[in-house]
Design a protein around this ligand. Structure first.
Ligand SMILES: [Zn+2]
Length: 403
């Protein structure tokens, strides 16, 4: 079936493209053709075409922002004329990446080293600058916590929930016997799972706030840093490495007095722009909004943009003809301070965070600059070569240390 498009704004199309992945399990695939002003949808057998058409209509009007001021402020832009290089195909060919399931990928070789380099830069530039305390978080998080953070009302579509088999001897025996006799299959989980009370965390910083519940901070507050393996289920959007279901997020988080958060965030934005200049990245740093998956999308998105609550560093991926958000700077006001009773000098604490999506950095860097470090921009090449050299000298020495 085909549906006509009224609007062709790039932001609008990107948001519609993302949301269409979740409208119905009857949708096998879809394509947005901006030139022909059409959406083409392939339906599975027995699909209810009228129902799908209604839902597409809902999505199209949800993301229609024409009555709101969805202003984009560009703080920094650096464009480079780059060849369209298929980094994903190149990584597979070189075995720098191996997909291990929908939106799951194993990285190795220079791709793994690039990711470690980005992590090292975050430590040496940002964690250092802000004196961020190191914290370690579990990958899973209580669903109750996500509810208190209002996550489910804004982003229900991408949740990956966790459950275990029922604590029931019969269920456990049947599961194990079936696996032995007939092999594992997804059907074995039907009716055999316990109630789900945890989810794989979709973001890094929620644990920071729940773990500080009831804390009274001294002025100006505290700064911490953590890395988390997060999950976001993205339906048909899992293609290449732009949207993985399992990915690595690094954050620096501030909790405390508003001025402390605002100045930290402003300094971090200067530092990320400097990083983009040093590596000659083809990119834009601009105001943005979250992809709220709700009917009041335009209200929430417009509010977030007006407050400049979110800014993103978007790196170009020439082969996909678009950019991907690889770093974001976020201001949450007192949302989490109030939700978890965190205070500073007797008032609800404010918070903010900056976040890196590591796999996207690797994908964007290889997409922009190719697979030969000697051809990379000098700043990136020098950082990479120094980093690899240092690892080579330290790794064997550590391994040789007697137990
Ligand atoms: Zn965060």
């Amino acid at each position: 079936m085909t549906i006509d498009l009224e609007q062709l704004d790039a932001d609008y199309l990107a948001q519609v493209r993302y949301a269409l992945a979740f409208i119905s399990e009857d949708v096998v695939s879809y394509d947005i053709d901006a030139a022909a002003k059409k959406i083409t949808i392939e339906l599975g057998p027995g699909a209810d075409e009228a129902e799908v058409r209604t839902r597409v209509g809902e999505i199209l009007s949800r993301y229609d922002q024409s009555q709101f001021g969805m202003k984009t402020v560009v703080d920094f832009e650096q464009k480079r004329d780059l060849p369209a290089l298929d980094a994903w195909a190149g990584m597979l060919e070189r075995r720098w990446a191996t997909p291990v399931g929908d939106g799951h990928v194993v990285l190795r070789g220079p791709a793994a080293l690039l990711m470690a380099l980005v992590d090292h830069k975050v430590d040496s530039i940002f964690a250092e600058e802000f004196g961020a305390e190191l914290e370690y978080f579990p990958s899973t998080i209580k669903s109750e916590t996500l509810h208190r953070c209002n996550h489910f009302t804004s982003f229900p579509e991408h949740m990956d929930f966790v459950a275990h088999l029922k604590q029931d001897l019969g269920v456990l025996k049947h599961f194990s016997d079936s696996c032995r006799d007939k092999g594992w299959s997804p059907e074995l989980h039907d009716g055999t799972m316990s109630r789900s009370d945890f989810a794989i965390s979709p973001s890094c910083c929620y644990h920071a706030y729940e773990a500080m519940e009831g804390w009274e901070l001294e002025k100006p507050g505290r700064c911490l840093t953590a890395t988390l393996h997060c999950h976001r289920y993205e339906g048909a959007n899992h293609k290449y490495m732009s949207r993985l279901r399992a990915f690595t997020m690094r954050e620096v988080v501030w909790v405390g007095h508003p001025a402390y958060i605002i100045s930290g965030r402003a300094r971090a934005e200067q530092l990320i722009i400097q990083w983009a200049k040093d590596w000659e990245l083809s990119c834009r740093f601009e105001t943005a909004n979250d992809m709220f998956f709700t009917d009041d999308y335009a209200v929430k998105a417009s509010f977030q943009r007006q407050q400049q609550g979110k800014k993103e560093l978007r790196l170009d991926v020439p082969s996909e003809g678009r950019s991907i958000s690889c770093f974001s700077s976020n201001f949450h006001s007192t949302t989490f301070g109030k939700a978890f009773g965190i205070s500073v000098a007797g008032r609800p604490a404010t918070s903010g965070c900056i976040a890196w999506g590591y796999e996207r950095w690797v994908y964007a860097l290889l997409s922009q600059f190719g697979f030969r470090p000697e051809e990379w921009p000098a700043g990136l090449r020098d950082d990479y070569e120094r980093f690899v050299r240092d690892r080579r000298t330290t790794l064997p020495a550590r391994a040789a240390t007697p137990e």
